[in-house]
Write a protein that binds this ligand. Structure first.
Ligand SMILES: Cc1cc2nc3c(=O)[nH]c(=O)nc-3n(C[C@H](O)[C@H](O)[C@H](O)COP(=O)(O)OP(=O)(O)OC[C@H]3O[C@@H](n4cnc5c(N)ncnc54)[C@H](O)[C@@H]3O)c2cc1C
Length: 559
């Protein structure tokens, strides 16, 4: 059943088995999996089925440095489906090394191994609609795929790893019917969690308070509560629920909101080939099940360990869009139309700088000369992206000059100083707003610098050509991007040491026996991988844990 709390004509108290807060990828996956196991769930969601300005404003806050991090109401969607209403759908599991304790990555090491997460990854892949759980290109494709760069061989990078693309599945739209029809589920839209109330002693949650814009108060009592509102909002609610513990819930050791990570991303350099231009394949390969897949240059675990680097992947990318010297009519058309592209996606088309008149004219010239290509590209985007059920994932443009840049996506080391805190400012429900102070480390810079250097070295060694880049520009490129988009991680990290973590192996908040967290907030480290597949896998795993807990409880009542 899906209800709208704005229609309630009085305050209410609801009693249930499990209360999940937040209907994004984590909350919806968890709710579906619990319902499939016969557990009654109440799913509280702040937003409605569509984007609403008033609700979205609840996400506003401040950032310590605007170059480093986008404002907190960007890259998050406060509505049914959460940020999956706008995500790109790139699915990638974590690598084995991501779970390991690496002496050169501070605060690394998960309390679980990749093998323990594998069965849940398989289910997560289904929920994300990304096809078979097979991320090795040679195993996923029976046919031989065109090499990414003919002649490229490397002991530092593998090109046998895939990213798979979800539809991209909007979890709200896709699973609304299943939630609506399940006898175990009650979804409440427009219900904003505003406070977590602990019982006497402060070791368990007694109730949650949620409010509506129509001034109704909904009190929820449950055996277990799960916070699934995204890493920034979870920290905000734990820190602002201070009526029992002055420092907030789960925050005895000042960890809530700390170790905040996104990913390190950017686009650098130019690949200049010796030979014919079609030696490069930087586009998608479609699997037999019809899933868009893309291979990448992934830094091997051996190289990471040997050189003491974080995890890193690169993809060949179209040349820098702002400079019309690329001679691509399509890129020039995109540059000229940049104002029409959403904030979240426009930021990725590199170049914030204002165009000089000469460059502007250069772009116009490219568009006129290549008008046919622009029309063909427009047709392809309309048919394969805007009208297709499974959308063509991104803009892939071949470079007429055979020149490509390297798009990278790298792990960010967890740092205690990188954090989400509360400010004096409050939202409409009187909840303090957040301040985000995001930092990266010397290791993050070293990882990118060294990986790009190795890539350039391998290109040259293989006789492909050269990869030109300015080593000094790497940090400014990282700064131009700042914290990567919508990947908000680590604010209630998982661990066994209560002094450096907030939740345990089962995602339960240390010291509070019935409060759990679902989402990227629990990641102790970030990997190079986009987070949603792992968020969903952990949610499925949490469902199994909560069902077992409910069964144990029932058995002890009967005994
Ligand atoms: C532009 C963009 C592109 C992306 N592309 C990718 C990609 O290609 N691959 C990938 O892996 N990830 C990608 N992501 C990240 C991905 O969207 C997130 O990892 C994922 O949505 C996180 O899911 P979640 O359920 O943890 O949080 P969210 O999706 O943020 O859901 C949180 C939910 O909680 C609700 N909520 C918040 N506060 C309250 C409250 N107080 N009370 C009640 N409800 C509340 C919100 O309304 C929302 O529905 C992208 C993100 C963006 C913005």
């Amino acid at each position: 059943m899906i209800e709208d709390a704005l229609e309630f004509d009085a305050d209410k108290t609801i009693v249930t088995d499990v209360c999940v807060v937040g209907a994004g990828a984590a909350g919806i996956s968890l709710t579906l999996e619990l319902a499939a196991r016969g557990v009654h769930v109440l799913l509280l969601e702040s937003g409605g089925r569509e984007a609403e300005e008033r609700t979205q404003r609840l996400y506003e806050g401040s950032v310590a440095d605007e170059r480093m991090h986008s404002p907190p109401h960007r890259y998050r969607q406060r509505r049914f489906g959460g940020s999956t209403t706008i995500w790109g759908g790139r699915c990638v599991p974590f690598d084995e090394i991501d779970f390991e304790q690496r002496f050169y990555v501070e605060h690394s090491g998960w309390p679980l191994q990749r093998a323990e997460l594998l069965p849940f990854y398989v289910r997560a892949n289904q929920l994300c609609e990304a096809g078979e759980f097979e991320y090795r290109a040679t195993a996923a494709f029976k046919r031989t795929l065109r090499p990414l760069i003919a002649g490229f061989e490397s002991e530092h990078f593998t090109t046998d790893c895939l990213e798979r693309f979800s539809s991209p599945t909007d979890f709200g739209a896709r699973y609304a019917r299943r939630l609506q029809e399940s006898p175990y589920v009650r979804v409440l839209l427009h219900a904003n969690l505003t406070a977590i109330r602990l019982g006497i002693g402060g070791t368990s949650v007694q109730s949650l308070l949620s409010r509506t814009f129509s001034q109704r108060v909904i009190t929820v009592q449950a055996s277990r509560f799960v916070l699934a509102m995204g890493a920034i909002e979870i920290a905000r609610l734990l820190l602002s629920s201070r009526d029992t513990h002055l420092q907030g819930i789960g925050n005895q050791h000042d960890c809530v909101g700390r170790y905040y990570m996104c990913h390190i991303a950017g686009t650098v350099g130019t690949l200049i080939q010796n030979r014919a231009v079609d030696n490069v394949w930087h586009g998608y390969d479609v699997s037999d099940e019809g899933i868009f897949c893309r291979r990448r240059f992934a830094l091997t675990s051996q190289t990471q360990r040997r050189l003491q680097l974080g995890n890193f992947i690169g993809r060949l990318h179209h040349p820098r869009i702002t400079d019309p010297a690329h001679r691509s009519a399509v890129l020039s058309a995109l540059q000229l139309a940049k104002g029409l592209i959403s904030y979240e996606y426009g930021k990725r088309l590199h170049g914030e700088e204002r165009l000089s008149a000469a460059r502007w004219l250069g772009h116009v010239r490219n568009v006129i000369v290549g008008a046919g290509q622009v029309i063909a590209f427009g047709h392809h985007m309309l048919r394969d992206r805007f009208l297709a059920a499974r959308k063509f994932p991104s803009i892939i443009v071949r470079s007429p000059a055979g020149r490509y840049s390297l798009d990278f996506h790298a792990e960010q080391e967890p740092l205690a100083a990188s954090r989400v805190t509360l400010t004096e400012e409050r939202d409409e429900f009187d909840t303090p707003r957040v301040m985000i102070d995001w930092h990266y480390s010397a290791l993050d810079l070293k990882t990118v610098r060294e990986s790009v250097r190795l890539f350039a070295q391998d290109i040259e060694r293989c006789g492909i050509g050269r990869f030109e880049y300015d080593p000094e520009s790497i940090e400014s490129e990282m700064l131009r991007y700042g914290a990567y988009g919508g990947h908000h991680l680590g604010t209630t990290r998982m661990g066994s040491d209560v002094r450096t973590s907030v939740v345990d192996l089962n995602c339960r908040v240390h010291g509070v026996d019935n409060l759990y967290v679902a989402g990227g907030a629990v990641f102790p480290t970030s990997s190079q991988a986009n987070p949603t597949l792992t968020i969903v896998a952990l949610a499925v795993r949490l469902a199994e844990h909560l069902q077992a807990a409910a069964l144990r409880e029932r058995a002890s009542v009967l005994a």
